[in-house]
Write a protein that binds this ligand. Structure first.
Ligand code: IFM
Length: 412
């Protein structure tokens, strides 16, 4: 049986500036330089033997330096040709704040022009731009002032956002303010794994609070300048399932409330749509993440694509359009990606049948790219990147995804 997606459904893939562009200068590039040796050493404790054997590059400090990344800053036109060839009609990317405002209050006109060209290149190929305004990297001057934890962070963000909307707003309908505030706060301000490596529940709380305020300010600013634009936020939500027993059922409700709904409940009046990033499934059994781990990705994450149905159904309460702004898996050999995409999209079709207003799907990612503190070894791309030659090679799963995009349908 064939399932037809609603007409006008957007099909695409996503990237973020720091992970693909190359030649950045921001808080992450500086952190990478001082932490590369440590990260290479810690790998032995963090990853299993099969991962260490499959990806020996994880032991090399240079794996942790983003440097030229995928060179997408210079190759964006060729990369968008691939997107077009793959039958997609939309594309999600992010703007690198540190390029735009390298010094406080000084905007770099040449970099603004760069992103104008990026958007023009997308439009010329019939690709609807979804523009993320902040995907985790900060200009150095702002990081020095305490970044997200500076009480004025929301104001700094608003100023940058206003500038972006003034110069790009004519050609952009869809804006995404902040990527995954909960994942950023968790890793940078609770676990202390990412720059600026702060720890503790209070740090997490204040980081989230600041990002919520920043989102709200950005929303109002964008709508004031371009009232017809659509402004969304991007959350990384989990599928929670509980094993038997009252305790597990209660734990499930609490985790779901805290992780999936705390941010959304607070910002939903300032959202025209919800951006959902889906990767994680959590079985609660007197503890979190007691998963069966039937299919595990290269980074060791349990993949449970059908879980997206449950998460989508739970978003119905907000009564907003939903775009799946990320969903994907690290799979160097492309063994599971086709299965993963198909199972995800079948689950999406079931959620549509259940009345969830889903309007688009963006696979993470278009290209293999720089995966933050793990560096280059995880391969999330529909398109493989040879980091030595910068050559691109379309993976077989991408061709299968292309069929779905072109037909706007999937065989159930
Ligand atoms: O690479 C990241 C991306 O930057 C944010 N969402 C999850 C992806 C995979 O970890």
């Amino acid at each position: 049986m064939e399932y037809k997606f609603p007409s006008g459904f957007l099909w695409g893939a996503a990237t973020s500036a720091h992970q693909v562009e190359g030649w950045n200068f921001n808080d992450w590039t500086e952190w990478e330089k001082t932490n590369a040796n440590r990260l290479a050493k810690e790998t032995r404790m963090e990853f299993q033997e099969w991962q260490q054997e499959k990806f020996p590059e994880m032991f090399e400090p240079k794996n942790y330096i983003s440097d030229h990344a995928c060179g997408h800053y210079k190759r964006f036109e060729q990369d968008f040709d691939i997107v077009k060839e793959l039958g997609q009609n939309a594309h999600r990317f992010s703007i690198e704040w540190s390029r735009i405002e390298p010094e406080e209050g000084k905007f770099d006109e040449r970099e603004i022009e760069h992103y104008q060209l990026v958007i023009k290149a997308l439009k010329e190929r019939g690709l609807e731009p979804f523009v993320t305004l902040w995907h985790w990297t900060l200009p150095i001057w702002l990081a020095k002032k305490g970044g997200v934890r500076n009480a004025d962070f929301p104001k700094y963000f608003e100023k940058y956002v206003k500038k972006m909307v003034e110069v790009l707003g004519r050609d952009v309908k869809y804006w995404l303010t902040i990527n995954e505030p909960e994942i950023y706060s968790l890793n940078s301000y609770y676990r202390g794994r990412w720059t600026p490596q702060k720890k503790g529940i209070l740090n997490f709380y204040f980081s989230m609070r600041s990002l919520m305020k920043a989102h709200k300010r950005a929303y109002r600013a964008i709508k004031k300048i371009t009232p017809l634009s659509m402004v969304g936020g991007v959350c990384n939500l989990s599928d929670f399932k509980s094993s038997e027993g009252v305790v597990n059922a209660i734990l499930k409700i609490l985790f779901e409330r805290f992780w999936n709904h705390r941010y959304l409940r607070r910002v939903h009046h300032q959202l025209d749509f919800i951006g959902l990033n889906f990767y994680f499934h959590n079985r609660i059994d007197y503890g979190i993440n007691k998963n069966k781990k039937e299919v595990v990705s290269d980074v060791g994450w349990d993949t449970h694509p059908e879980g997206i149905e449950n998460v989508l159904a739970n978003l119905k309460r907000y009564d907003k359009p939903v775009y799946i702004t990320e969903s994907g898996m690290a799979d160097k050999e492309d063994k599971y990606r086709r299965w993963f995409i198909e199972e995800t999209l079948k689950a999406v079709s079931r959620a549509l049948e259940r009345g969830v207003n889903i309007q688009g799907y963006f696979h993470w990612s278009l290209l293999d790219n720089f995966e933050w503190d793990k560096g280059f070894w995880p391969r999330f791309g529909l398109v493989e990147v040879n980091y030595k030659t910068m050559e691109r090679r379309i993976r077989p799963s991408a061709l299968e995804y292309a069929k779905i995009c072109k037909n706007n349908s999937i065989n159930l």
